[in-house]
Design a protein around this ligand. Structure first.
Ligand code: ZN
Length: 350
């Protein structure tokens, strides 16, 4: 949900039927009644194999187009829930497409964009013959090869953190992080490790936060990794609380989060979200001790805007990615904060 994925350059645009056509042409060498080699609009005669030379398809630069369509940056402002649904739909569509075909002699590196062949294949120019070919044809007309690369192509881009699984003994840095959280007054519970090898998400030492400090609540139930929990707790105490006091003369009572650990990719990309590692927190609103609620949005009231801008600006540094209204439509209604490791300790704040 941060940066759109750049277009993959590793998809060659080579026509996939060339090789097949050639091989097939060789097969039909049996002389026959002079048949003009013209396009034949008739459907195949039953039982006779029809080579599906599909020149139109071969010429189509289908991969990049499809990728743009399905993988390109989304502009919907839908919250995470619907993104998850969309992702699941996409997954189930892949599964359908990845259905193995009985005759797939040529694994192709071509990809997901290949649509299912139409039920009635229009017969192109080279109608081979109505006589018997040398080789006894299979009973069922051959299907175009379905690509096994199909499923691979929709996989998330690899992230080394996907392989993180919990050790039998909690690492020292995780233990130390928990001690610091306790010192900050954060209440939390240990949660069982979660991972999904298909998608690539993994959170080996998750915590569920019950509070973000001695007098700062967070809800609903917030599952994060410990470094992110600590960063959020420190930020709440050191930045949000003083900003609330300065602007409204009230204390920060609670943070209402929109998303913490979620096993999903970034919106519209194949890159895993920091949420997939429990390394990101989306904040939708802040509630103050006087009952005032300050919501993140594109056009907050002036006083709220001042507070929100101060918080957002100060978040850049403690958090490595900071996004919010105006960054892109996905972040119109929340601040996204994460600890994505970046080269040279850089930040990405919009
Ligand atoms: Zn987010």
């Amino acid at each position: 949900m941060e940066q759109p994925l750049t277009q993959r350059a590793d998809q060659p645009l080579k026509p996939r039927n060339k090789h097949r056509l050639k091989a097939r042409g060789k097969r039909h060498t049996v002389p026959k009644q002079a048949e003009p080699k013209t396009p034949d609009p008739q459907p195949p005669v039953a039982g006779v194999p029809v080579p599906e030379a599909r020149p139109a398809k071969a010429q189509k630069a289908d991969v990049p187009i499809e990728e743009q369509k399905t993988e390109g940056p989304k502009t919907s402002g839908a919250p995470n829930r619907s993104n998850d649904n969309r992702f699941n739909e996409e997954k189930s569509r892949q599964k359908k497409q990845a259905r193995p075909e009985p005759s797939a002699p040529e694994p192709s590196t071509n990809t997901e964009s290949e649509p299912e062949p139409p039920a009635v294949v229009p017969v192109p120019t080279q109608r081979p013959d109505v006589t018997k070919p040398e080789v006894e044809p299979p009973v069922v007309a051959p299907q175009p090869p379905e690509k096994p690369a199909d499923a691979d192509d929709k996989k998330m881009l690899p992230d080394p953190r996907s392989a993180d699984l919990p050790d039998a003994k909690m690492p020292a840095e995780e233990v130390a992080c928990r001690e610091r959280l306790t010192a900050l007054g954060v209440e939390f519970e240990e949660h069982k490790a979660e991972s999904n090898p298909d998608i690539g998400c993994s959170i080996p030492y998750p915590l569920v936060l019950k509070s973000l400090g001695k007098s700062i609540a967070i809800g609903p139930a917030t599952e994060l990794n410990c470094p992110m929990a600590e960063a959020a707790a420190r930020f709440a105490a050191n930045v949000i609380q003083p900003a609330a006091k300065a602007e409204f003369g009230a204390d920060l009572k609670s943070i209402n989060q929109a998303s913490a650990f979620v096993c999903r990719p970034r919106n519209g990309t194949r890159k895993l979200s920091e949420h997939a590692f429990g390394n990101a927190l989306d904040i939708a609103s802040f509630t103050l001790s006087d009952g005032r609620k300050i919501e993140v949005g594109p056009t907050p009231p002036e006083k709220d805007a001042k507070f929100l801008n101060a918080v957002r600006k100060a978040a850049c540094g403690p958090f490595k990615t900071v996004l919010g209204p105006g960054a892109d439509p996905d972040h119109a209604l929340h601040f996204h904060l994460d600890l994505e490791p970046r080269r040279h300790g850089g930040t990405f704040c919009q």
